[in-house]
Design a protein around this ligand. Sequence first.
Ligand code: HEM
Length: 221
Amino acid sequence: MIETAKNLLSAIGLGTLLIVSAACTGSSDTSPSPASTPTPAQAADLAPTAAPVQATVPAAPAAQWAADGVITPGEYADSRTYGKYEIHWTNDAEHIYVAMRAETEGWVAVAFGADKRMNGADMIFGYVAEGAAAVSDEFSTGEFGPHQPDGELGGTADILIHGGVETDGFTTVEFKRALDTGDSRDAVLAPGANPILWAYGPGDSPTRKHSGKGYGDIELR
Ligand code: HEM
């Protein structure tokens, strides 16, 4: 119930932002790049198969953004597909809105602030267990882990809203986070290219090693 209320408030707030942005720029073109159909992963560093949209105006999150585990047309400004993993995102001046989707019934994750290896990575795990979506804001202290929830490392859990769905062998988890959370265990995201690691695992526990992983970047406006 609280989550639903949060989503509603978020949607109202985002709608306002969209209107303000359109008024300031004279454009409200925030069309997303369509996600490509996932193909089998061949290597850890798969090249993305969907090119980012080249935007000429600052992005405003879609008014209909909702952490409901369903990626709808227009909900995100950009997306990339890495094998069996997709990431969709939009940002405004304060927040990033992300959808992670992979062909797994286990966890999906993105990590910010690390180039290729896991050391220092600000990881966000998401999974759906018995119909309920969960996220864990974690941090990796070594090149190949270990990683722990930020709260166990003196930081804080900073995912503001989340939700997700597991269906037909795919898991989709959506979340909202501040670009700068103020937590030293979180990367500060900024306009331009931000490196990411992506991964998905075979089970719901974030302690189970990934069955697919790699790296790339996301372009923020
Ligand atoms: C239970 C959680 C995790 C475990 C136990 C784990 C463990 C490992 C290990 C042992 C490797 C070395 C290569 C291999 O054996 O495949 C590795 C590589 C890697 N992991 Fe993880 N990992 C975990 C979670 C994650 C997450 C959440 C991400 C990103 C969001 C990630 C991204 C990567 C990447 C990109 C590599 C390749 C590094 C390179 O090419 O040098 N891992 N991981």
